[in-house]
Design a binder for this molecule. Structure first.
Ligand code: PLP
Length: 355
Protein backbone atom coordinates (compact mmCIF):
# COMPACT_ATOMS: atom_id res chain seq x y z
CA UNK A 1 0.00 0.00 0.00
CA UNK A 2 1.46 3.32 -1.11
CA UNK A 3 0.08 6.18 0.98
CA UNK A 4 1.64 9.15 -0.80
CA UNK A 5 -0.24 10.50 -3.84
CA UNK A 6 1.34 9.24 -7.08
CA UNK A 7 2.51 11.54 -9.83
CA UNK A 8 0.84 11.05 -13.23
CA UNK A 9 2.65 8.77 -15.73
CA UNK A 10 5.09 10.73 -17.90
CA UNK A 11 3.46 9.53 -21.15
CA UNK A 12 -0.10 10.70 -20.30
CA UNK A 13 -1.29 13.55 -22.56
CA UNK A 14 -1.96 16.88 -20.86
CA UNK A 15 -5.41 17.25 -19.24
CA UNK A 16 -7.50 19.65 -21.37
CA UNK A 17 -10.82 19.12 -19.62
CA UNK A 18 -10.58 18.50 -15.92
CA UNK A 19 -13.77 17.00 -14.51
CA UNK A 20 -11.86 15.10 -11.82
CA UNK A 21 -12.84 17.35 -8.94
CA UNK A 22 -13.81 20.92 -8.05
CA UNK A 23 -10.72 20.82 -5.81
CA UNK A 24 -8.57 21.21 -8.93
CA UNK A 25 -9.63 24.78 -9.71
CA UNK A 26 -6.69 27.16 -9.99
CA UNK A 27 -6.78 30.63 -8.43
CA UNK A 28 -7.75 33.23 -11.06
CA UNK A 29 -5.49 36.22 -11.83
CA UNK A 30 -7.88 38.51 -9.91
CA UNK A 31 -7.84 36.17 -6.90
CA UNK A 32 -4.04 36.18 -6.92
CA UNK A 33 -4.07 39.98 -7.03
CA UNK A 34 -6.35 40.04 -3.97
CA UNK A 35 -3.86 37.72 -2.23
CA UNK A 36 -0.95 40.04 -3.11
CA UNK A 37 -2.78 43.04 -1.63
CA UNK A 38 -3.78 41.30 1.63
CA UNK A 39 -2.81 42.88 4.94
CA UNK A 40 -0.97 40.21 6.93
CA UNK A 41 0.01 39.39 10.50
CA UNK A 42 0.72 36.36 12.70
CA UNK A 43 -2.51 34.36 12.63
CA UNK A 44 -1.40 32.08 15.49
CA UNK A 45 -0.99 35.14 17.72
CA UNK A 46 -4.34 36.60 16.74
CA UNK A 47 -3.09 39.53 14.71
CA UNK A 48 -3.72 38.70 11.08
CA UNK A 49 -6.41 41.27 10.09
CA UNK A 50 -7.41 39.43 6.90
CA UNK A 51 -8.04 36.16 8.78
CA UNK A 52 -10.16 38.11 11.30
CA UNK A 53 -12.12 39.72 8.45
CA UNK A 54 -12.81 36.29 6.92
CA UNK A 55 -13.86 34.75 10.26
CA UNK A 56 -16.19 37.67 11.07
CA UNK A 57 -17.75 37.45 7.64
CA UNK A 58 -18.21 33.67 7.88
CA UNK A 59 -19.75 33.80 11.36
CA UNK A 60 -22.30 36.32 10.02
CA UNK A 61 -22.96 34.27 6.86
CA UNK A 62 -23.61 31.11 8.89
CA UNK A 63 -25.53 32.88 11.66
CA UNK A 64 -23.10 31.73 14.37
CA UNK A 65 -21.22 33.63 17.08
CA UNK A 66 -17.67 32.88 16.00
CA UNK A 67 -15.45 31.19 13.41
CA UNK A 68 -11.94 29.77 13.01
CA UNK A 69 -9.84 29.54 9.84
CA UNK A 70 -8.46 26.04 9.14
CA UNK A 71 -6.05 24.74 6.50
CA UNK A 72 -8.56 22.14 5.26
CA UNK A 73 -12.07 20.82 5.52
CA UNK A 74 -10.82 17.59 7.01
CA UNK A 75 -9.29 19.54 9.88
CA UNK A 76 -12.65 21.30 10.40
CA UNK A 77 -14.37 17.91 10.75
CA UNK A 78 -11.66 16.48 13.01
CA UNK A 79 -11.44 19.56 15.26
CA UNK A 80 -15.25 19.64 15.45
CA UNK A 81 -15.71 16.01 16.54
CA UNK A 82 -12.79 16.32 18.98
CA UNK A 83 -14.50 19.37 20.48
CA UNK A 84 -18.00 17.85 20.63
CA UNK A 85 -17.15 14.30 21.78
CA UNK A 86 -15.16 12.31 24.37
CA UNK A 87 -13.40 8.92 23.83
CA UNK A 88 -15.94 6.10 23.49
CA UNK A 89 -18.67 8.39 22.21
CA UNK A 90 -20.74 7.55 19.16
CA UNK A 91 -21.29 9.83 16.16
CA UNK A 92 -24.33 9.21 13.96
CA UNK A 93 -23.75 9.80 10.23
CA UNK A 94 -24.72 8.46 6.80
CA UNK A 95 -22.74 5.37 5.76
CA UNK A 96 -21.20 7.31 2.84
CA UNK A 97 -20.24 10.37 4.92
CA UNK A 98 -16.77 11.84 4.34
CA UNK A 99 -15.95 11.49 8.06
CA UNK A 100 -16.54 7.74 7.75
CA UNK A 101 -15.16 6.95 4.29
CA UNK A 102 -12.48 9.50 3.50
CA UNK A 103 -10.60 10.83 6.52
CA UNK A 104 -8.22 7.95 7.19
CA UNK A 105 -10.15 6.82 10.25
CA UNK A 106 -9.18 10.09 11.98
CA UNK A 107 -12.20 10.18 14.27
CA UNK A 108 -11.36 6.73 15.67
CA UNK A 109 -7.58 7.20 15.62
CA UNK A 110 -7.45 10.65 17.22
CA UNK A 111 -10.69 10.85 19.18
CA UNK A 112 -11.58 7.26 20.05
CA UNK A 113 -15.05 7.76 18.58
CA UNK A 114 -17.17 5.22 16.75
CA UNK A 115 -19.45 6.19 13.90
CA UNK A 116 -22.90 4.61 13.58
CA UNK A 117 -23.62 4.38 9.82
CA UNK A 118 -27.19 5.16 8.76
CA UNK A 119 -28.61 4.27 5.35
CA UNK A 120 -30.78 6.20 2.91
CA UNK A 121 -30.85 7.13 -0.78
CA UNK A 122 -28.37 9.68 -2.20
CA UNK A 123 -26.22 10.06 0.91
CA UNK A 124 -29.10 11.26 3.10
CA UNK A 125 -30.91 9.59 6.00
CA UNK A 126 -34.48 10.37 7.00
CA UNK A 127 -35.70 11.68 10.36
CA UNK A 128 -37.35 8.24 10.90
CA UNK A 129 -34.04 6.46 10.19
CA UNK A 130 -32.36 8.67 12.80
CA UNK A 131 -35.13 8.10 15.36
CA UNK A 132 -34.83 4.31 14.86
CA UNK A 133 -31.12 4.48 15.80
CA UNK A 134 -31.33 6.53 18.97
CA UNK A 135 -30.13 4.16 21.69
CA UNK A 136 -31.53 3.87 25.17
CA UNK A 137 -29.08 5.15 27.76
CA UNK A 138 -27.41 2.46 29.84
CA UNK A 139 -23.94 1.48 30.98
CA UNK A 140 -23.90 -1.05 28.10
CA UNK A 141 -24.52 1.37 25.24
CA UNK A 142 -21.98 3.81 23.86
CA UNK A 143 -22.85 7.41 24.64
CA UNK A 144 -24.39 8.94 21.55
CA UNK A 145 -23.08 12.48 21.34
CA UNK A 146 -23.29 13.91 17.85
CA UNK A 147 -25.38 13.77 14.66
CA UNK A 148 -23.52 14.70 11.47
CA UNK A 149 -24.93 15.65 8.05
CA UNK A 150 -23.13 16.49 4.82
CA UNK A 151 -24.54 19.34 2.70
CA UNK A 152 -24.23 18.56 -0.22
CA UNK A 153 -23.86 14.78 0.09
CA UNK A 154 -20.73 14.05 -1.96
CA UNK A 155 -20.99 10.29 -2.60
CA UNK A 156 -24.77 10.84 -2.63
CA UNK A 157 -24.27 12.58 -5.99
CA UNK A 158 -24.01 16.17 -4.74
CA UNK A 159 -27.55 15.79 -3.38
CA UNK A 160 -29.09 18.74 -1.53
CA UNK A 161 -30.71 17.94 1.82
CA UNK A 162 -34.03 19.82 1.93
CA UNK A 163 -34.07 22.43 4.70
CA UNK A 164 -37.16 20.79 6.22
CA UNK A 165 -35.28 17.48 6.60
CA UNK A 166 -32.26 19.25 8.14
CA UNK A 167 -34.57 20.98 10.62
CA UNK A 168 -36.41 17.74 11.51
CA UNK A 169 -33.10 15.94 12.12
CA UNK A 170 -31.78 18.77 14.28
CA UNK A 171 -35.02 18.73 16.31
CA UNK A 172 -34.72 14.98 17.00
CA UNK A 173 -31.06 15.45 18.00
CA UNK A 174 -31.96 18.27 20.43
CA UNK A 175 -34.83 16.21 21.89
CA UNK A 176 -32.26 13.52 22.79
CA UNK A 177 -29.53 15.87 23.97
CA UNK A 178 -27.29 15.23 20.94
CA UNK A 179 -25.07 17.90 19.39
CA UNK A 180 -25.32 18.57 15.63
CA UNK A 181 -22.57 19.14 13.06
CA UNK A 182 -22.87 20.04 9.38
CA UNK A 183 -20.05 19.16 6.99
CA UNK A 184 -20.67 22.02 4.60
CA UNK A 185 -17.79 21.35 2.22
CA UNK A 186 -20.16 22.31 -0.64
CA UNK A 187 -22.76 24.20 1.41
CA UNK A 188 -22.82 27.17 -0.97
CA UNK A 189 -23.67 24.83 -3.87
CA UNK A 190 -26.70 23.69 -1.85
CA UNK A 191 -27.68 27.28 -1.00
CA UNK A 192 -27.44 28.43 -4.62
CA UNK A 193 -29.33 25.36 -5.93
CA UNK A 194 -32.12 25.56 -3.32
CA UNK A 195 -32.28 29.36 -3.00
CA UNK A 196 -31.92 29.06 0.78
CA UNK A 197 -29.42 31.28 2.69
CA UNK A 198 -26.57 29.53 4.52
CA UNK A 199 -27.71 30.74 7.97
CA UNK A 200 -31.10 29.10 7.35
CA UNK A 201 -29.58 25.82 6.14
CA UNK A 202 -27.34 25.70 9.21
CA UNK A 203 -29.87 27.10 11.71
CA UNK A 204 -30.35 23.84 13.66
CA UNK A 205 -26.64 22.93 13.70
CA UNK A 206 -24.23 23.65 16.53
CA UNK A 207 -21.24 23.66 14.19
CA UNK A 208 -20.90 24.10 10.44
CA UNK A 209 -18.02 24.69 8.06
CA UNK A 210 -17.45 25.69 4.44
CA UNK A 211 -14.60 24.59 2.18
CA UNK A 212 -13.04 27.28 0.00
CA UNK A 213 -11.10 24.82 -2.13
CA UNK A 214 -14.05 23.16 -3.84
CA UNK A 215 -16.26 25.15 -6.21
CA UNK A 216 -15.20 28.45 -4.64
CA UNK A 217 -11.78 28.12 -6.21
CA UNK A 218 -9.37 29.20 -3.44
CA UNK A 219 -5.98 27.43 -3.13
CA UNK A 220 -6.53 26.38 0.49
CA UNK A 221 -8.68 27.04 3.52
CA UNK A 222 -11.94 26.21 5.23
CA UNK A 223 -13.82 28.00 8.01
CA UNK A 224 -15.51 26.31 10.98
CA UNK A 225 -18.31 28.21 12.76
CA UNK A 226 -20.16 27.77 16.06
CA UNK A 227 -20.68 29.37 19.46
CA UNK A 228 -17.85 31.46 20.91
CA UNK A 229 -17.17 28.74 23.50
CA UNK A 230 -17.11 25.97 20.86
CA UNK A 231 -14.71 27.90 18.61
CA UNK A 232 -12.48 28.67 21.60
CA UNK A 233 -12.22 24.91 22.28
CA UNK A 234 -11.77 24.11 18.58
CA UNK A 235 -8.81 26.52 18.55
CA UNK A 236 -7.08 24.28 21.11
CA UNK A 237 -7.43 21.36 18.67
CA UNK A 238 -6.27 23.49 15.75
CA UNK A 239 -3.11 24.24 17.75
CA UNK A 240 -2.64 20.58 18.73
CA UNK A 241 -3.16 19.34 15.16
CA UNK A 242 -0.62 21.82 13.80
CA UNK A 243 -3.23 23.89 12.01
CA UNK A 244 -2.35 27.23 13.61
CA UNK A 245 -0.84 29.35 10.83
CA UNK A 246 1.33 32.45 10.52
CA UNK A 247 0.62 34.86 7.63
CA UNK A 248 -2.60 32.95 6.89
CA UNK A 249 -4.17 36.15 5.60
CA UNK A 250 -2.62 35.54 2.19
CA UNK A 251 -5.01 32.58 1.86
CA UNK A 252 -7.89 34.19 3.76
CA UNK A 253 -7.77 36.97 1.12
CA UNK A 254 -8.45 34.36 -1.57
CA UNK A 255 -11.43 33.09 0.46
CA UNK A 256 -12.84 36.63 0.86
CA UNK A 257 -12.41 37.12 -2.89
CA UNK A 258 -14.27 33.84 -3.49
CA UNK A 259 -17.19 34.95 -1.29
CA UNK A 260 -17.51 38.15 -3.36
CA UNK A 261 -17.03 36.68 -6.83
CA UNK A 262 -17.45 32.90 -6.92
CA UNK A 263 -20.71 32.11 -5.09
CA UNK A 264 -23.46 33.26 -7.50
CA UNK A 265 -21.57 31.69 -10.44
CA UNK A 266 -22.00 28.21 -8.90
CA UNK A 267 -25.33 28.25 -10.79
CA UNK A 268 -23.27 27.96 -14.03
CA UNK A 269 -21.60 24.82 -12.69
CA UNK A 270 -25.01 23.36 -11.88
CA UNK A 271 -26.29 24.17 -15.40
CA UNK A 272 -23.18 22.54 -16.92
CA UNK A 273 -23.71 19.45 -14.75
CA UNK A 274 -27.34 19.21 -15.91
CA UNK A 275 -26.26 19.55 -19.57
CA UNK A 276 -23.70 16.78 -19.09
CA UNK A 277 -26.29 14.52 -17.43
CA UNK A 278 -28.79 15.15 -20.27
CA UNK A 279 -26.14 14.21 -22.84
CA UNK A 280 -25.09 11.12 -20.88
CA UNK A 281 -28.71 9.95 -20.64
CA UNK A 282 -28.82 9.84 -24.45
CA UNK A 283 -25.84 7.46 -24.69
CA UNK A 284 -27.13 3.88 -25.01
CA UNK A 285 -26.35 1.70 -21.98
CA UNK A 286 -25.17 4.59 -19.78
CA UNK A 287 -26.99 5.00 -16.46
CA UNK A 288 -26.83 8.52 -15.06
CA UNK A 289 -28.18 10.05 -11.85
CA UNK A 290 -29.93 13.43 -12.26
CA UNK A 291 -27.69 15.99 -10.49
CA UNK A 292 -28.91 18.54 -7.92
CA UNK A 293 -25.64 20.49 -8.07
CA UNK A 294 -22.19 20.10 -9.67
CA UNK A 295 -21.50 16.36 -9.30
CA UNK A 296 -22.60 13.90 -11.99
CA UNK A 297 -22.33 10.17 -11.26
CA UNK A 298 -22.73 7.64 -14.06
CA UNK A 299 -22.25 3.97 -14.80
CA UNK A 300 -21.29 2.95 -18.35
CA UNK A 301 -21.32 -0.82 -17.74
CA UNK A 302 -24.59 -1.27 -19.71
CA UNK A 303 -22.67 -0.03 -22.78
CA UNK A 304 -20.19 -2.91 -22.42
CA UNK A 305 -17.30 -0.96 -20.90
CA UNK A 306 -16.28 -0.88 -17.25
CA UNK A 307 -16.07 2.40 -15.35
CA UNK A 308 -12.30 2.18 -14.75
CA UNK A 309 -11.69 1.25 -18.41
CA UNK A 310 -13.69 4.26 -19.62
CA UNK A 311 -11.91 6.64 -17.20
CA UNK A 312 -8.59 5.38 -18.63
CA UNK A 313 -9.71 5.87 -22.24
CA UNK A 314 -10.99 9.39 -21.51
CA UNK A 315 -7.72 10.30 -19.79
CA UNK A 316 -5.81 9.32 -22.95
CA UNK A 317 -8.05 11.83 -24.80
CA UNK A 318 -7.20 14.59 -22.31
CA UNK A 319 -10.39 14.35 -20.24
CA UNK A 320 -9.93 13.62 -16.56
CA UNK A 321 -12.75 11.90 -14.64
CA UNK A 322 -12.71 10.18 -11.25
CA UNK A 323 -14.03 6.94 -9.78
CA UNK A 324 -16.00 7.15 -6.55
CA UNK A 325 -17.99 4.37 -4.93
CA UNK A 326 -17.65 2.13 -8.05
CA UNK A 327 -19.17 4.76 -10.36
CA UNK A 328 -17.65 7.48 -12.52
CA UNK A 329 -17.86 11.00 -11.11
CA UNK A 330 -17.68 14.11 -13.28
CA UNK A 331 -17.43 17.38 -11.43
CA UNK A 332 -18.12 20.82 -12.93
CA UNK A 333 -16.40 23.95 -11.60
CA UNK A 334 -14.80 27.33 -12.32
CA UNK A 335 -12.44 25.93 -14.97
CA UNK A 336 -15.12 23.96 -16.89
CA UNK A 337 -17.09 25.74 -19.65
CA UNK A 338 -20.26 24.77 -21.57
CA UNK A 339 -18.26 24.05 -24.79
CA UNK A 340 -16.03 21.70 -22.75
CA UNK A 341 -19.14 19.76 -21.72
CA UNK A 342 -20.15 19.39 -25.40
CA UNK A 343 -16.64 18.24 -26.28
CA UNK A 344 -16.62 15.76 -23.38
CA UNK A 345 -19.88 14.24 -24.63
CA UNK A 346 -18.44 13.89 -28.15
CA UNK A 347 -15.30 12.18 -26.87
CA UNK A 348 -17.43 9.90 -24.65
CA UNK A 349 -19.57 8.90 -27.63
CA UNK A 350 -16.42 7.81 -29.52
CA UNK A 351 -14.89 6.08 -26.50
CA UNK A 352 -18.08 4.04 -26.00
CA UNK A 353 -18.33 3.14 -29.72
CA UNK A 354 -14.92 1.51 -29.49
CA UNK A 355 -16.35 -0.80 -26.80
C1 PLP B 1 -13.63 17.54 0.30
C2 PLP B 1 -14.52 17.18 1.40
C3 PLP B 1 -14.07 17.19 2.73
C4 PLP B 1 -12.63 17.45 3.10
O1 PLP B 1 -12.17 18.70 2.71
P1 PLP B 1 -10.60 18.95 2.44
O2 PLP B 1 -10.53 20.43 2.32
O3 PLP B 1 -10.28 18.21 1.18
O4 PLP B 1 -9.86 18.41 3.61
C5 PLP B 1 -14.96 16.87 3.72
N1 PLP B 1 -16.24 16.59 3.44
C6 PLP B 1 -16.71 16.56 2.18
C7 PLP B 1 -18.15 16.25 1.93
C8 PLP B 1 -15.87 16.84 1.11
O5 PLP B 1 -16.33 16.80 -0.14
Amino acid sequence: MVHAPQRPPADAPPVRINLYSDTQTLPTAAMKEAMMRAELGDEQHGDDPTVHALCDRMAALMGKEAAVFMPSGTMCNVAATLTHCRPGDEIIAHETAHILTSEGGAHAALGGFQILPLTGARGMFSPDELRAHIRGKSRHTPTQRLVEVEQTANIGGGAVWPKATLDAIAAIAKEHGLATHMDGARLMNACVAAGVPAHDMAAGYDSVWLDFTKGLGAPLGAVLCGTREFIDDAWRWKQRLGGAMRQGGICAAACLYALDHHVARLAEDHANAKALARGLAQLPGVKVEAPDTNLVFFDPSGAGVGAAELVGRMRMQGVQLSMLGGRIRACTHLNVTAPMIEETLQILRHALQRA
